[in-house]
Design a protein around this ligand. Structure first.
Ligand code: GUN
Ligand code: FE
Length: 498
């Protein structure tokens, strides 16, 4: 099952496909449709592969293959905090719950233990690419990069820049120090060994500039980060934008128009980042709940991407992002778990809440703006290749799958490598199952016997995918692959390190 590039509203469900991955490169070599088990040898021979040279993974009844999930925004040091401070809004929650926990990562031994468990959990939830915030600590964040690298996940790892409006026990001493530590982390991550795929040398783990949010950075710090970014156009940038009403008001008060390089008549949140050269095609902006129209235009113009974090946006009572409007503009959108603003490290939870958020948008749309398709149109949309307006309507299943995979890859500027199962791309994927560990077909208390026995057709497969997206969790994730290598999931954890 794989979303179709260029179309947000369709995916390919291939009930009996064979897919070949090179052991040397981790790249998908070929995909053949309608292959029966008895015909596999012939198909392999056609491609010049002898059975004894290949390791064959045959999916069991109830199992299917999806592109790996891409989490475009999460905080690794907040994983120990999941489920705490659930009654606060953003700024109080940061002060009361988040900063005290992040401060503990000054202790490298603590960091190692906490990050090892966090990254393992995120991988086992099917996330093959993850954009990580670390803490402001250099050594602790190096440990995070080490673990992501060691575990074989694809990811971006950044050290928070924060030199003001933070508690005295958790703040960087100066803009200069913050910059120096950032440069050191970049050098460190870029010197990690490239791993087992000598023929696919692009590193799986990359550094990312991480000004926490405008509030926590002085103009001096943003200026030097902008200069660093300008000197290295390939460097990815991640930050928060327009999440919460109080946060936006505070940001505007900190950066009056006259304080911004190139002075504008009015401050917008996106305009602050842009003034410092931090808004560009490899910038990942988390939340984007309350964007003004002019900001949407600016983000489109700069081709920056949005990380939609609906679990967090509901949980911290921030609001809901107008994802349909962004998609209609052609802005890149992926999903983020935003742990622990969000209470789940699983992109499946983000998918579920992205659906609910879009239903809230549809329900609150003025009647004249409503373009709800009829139920018949919705069914057709499963296979339609058109991209109708998304504003004011609920997101189709195919669009949710897209946001979780290919959309995330676009946000990370990795869509040429991952995000869908296509020949020439690297094999980042997961094997999901609608059965439990014992092979029972009714993981969700629903009798799926008909669906998982014998030949599964396209519609049954689509039905399984929908159920997995809406009520699946890590119990359903059997195998997790990055660049062709098995790195997690139930099978990996049971020792099946094939
Ligand atoms: N804005 C600044 N820091 C954070 C954080 O840790 N989480 C969220 N959700 N928003 C932020
Ligand atoms: Fe966040």
């Amino acid at each position: 099952v794989t979303p179709v590039a260029g179309s947000l509203e369709s995916y390919k469900a291939l009930p009996k496909a064979a897919l070949c991955v090179s052991n040397d490169t981790g790249i998908i070599q070929w995909i053949e449709e309608d292959v029966h088990a008895s015909g596999l040898q012939d198909v392999m021979l056609k491609h010049g592969i002898l059975a004894e040279d290949a390791s064959i993974v045959e999916l069991k009844p109830g199992e299917f293959l999806l592109p790996g999930f891409i989490d475009t925004h999460t905080h690794a040091p907040q994983v120990p905090n999941i489920g705490s401070g659930q009654e606060d809004e953003l700024l109080n929650w940061l002060a009361k719950t988040t900063f005290p926990t992040e401060a503990k990562f000054a202790d490298v031994a603590f960091a190692r233990k906490a990050y090892a468990s966090a990254v393992r959990r995120i991988i086992d939830n099917g996330t093959t690419t993850c954009c990580y915030y670390g803490t402001l600590h250099l050594e602790g964040t190096k440990v995070l990069a080490d673990i992501v690298h060691q575990y074989g996940q694809r990811g971006f790892v950044g050290k928070c820049n924060m030199d003001r409006n933070s508690p005295e026990y958790y703040v960087e001493p100066s803009a200069k120090e913050s910059l120096l530590r950032t440069e050191e982390l970049i050098t460190y991550i870029r010197s990690l060994p490239s791993g087992s795929h000598a023929t696919t040398p692009n590193a799986l783990v990359q550094p990312v500039l991480t000004p926490r949010f405008a509030i926590s950075c002085t103009s001096d710090l943003l200026t030097s980060l902008g200069e660093l970014a300008a000197s290295d156009p390939s460097l990815t940038i991640q930050t928060h934008i327009s999440e919460n009403a109080s946060e936006i008001a505070f940001t505007k008060s900190l950066f009056p128009p006259t304080s911004l390089p190139g002075q504008t008549s009015e401050t917008t949140y996106a305009g602050v980042y842009d003034a410092f050269g931090l808004l560009r095609s490899n910038t990942i902006l988390a939340h984007a709940v309350h964007l003004e129209d002019s900001e949407v235009e600016l983000i489109k113009e700069r081709n920056a991407g949005i990380s939609h974090c609906p679990t967090s946006n509901f949980n911290l009572r921030s609001g809901w992002a107008k994802v349909g409007v962004l998609l209609d503009k052609g802005i890149k959108v992926g999903l983020g778990t935003d742990v622990s603003g969000g209470f789940s490290p699983s992109i499946l939870t983000a998918v579920q809440h992205a659906s609910i958020a879009s239903k809230v948008v549809a329900l609150s749309a003025p009647p004249s703006a409503s373009t709800h398709p009829s139920s018949q149109e919705q069914t057709q949309a499963h296979t339609s290749t058109s991209t109708p307006p998304f504003a004011n309507r609920q997101l189709p299943i195919a669009t949710l799958l897209y946001l979780a995979t290919l959309g995330g890859a676009e946000v990370c500027n990795l869509a040429h490598r991952v995000g869908s199962l296509e020949v020439g791309k690297e094999f980042d994927a997961l094997v999901a199952s609608v059965r439990d560990d014992a092979g029972n077909p009714n993981l969700w208390g629903i009798d799926l016997e008909d669906n998982v026995k014998g030949d599964v057709g396209r519609e049954e497969l689509q039905g399984m995918v929908e159920r997995f997206l809406f009520c699946g969790d890590d119990r359903n994730i059997r195998r997790v692959y990055v660049r062709g290598k098995l790195i997690g999931g139930k099978v990996w954890n049971a020792g099946g390190r094939v």
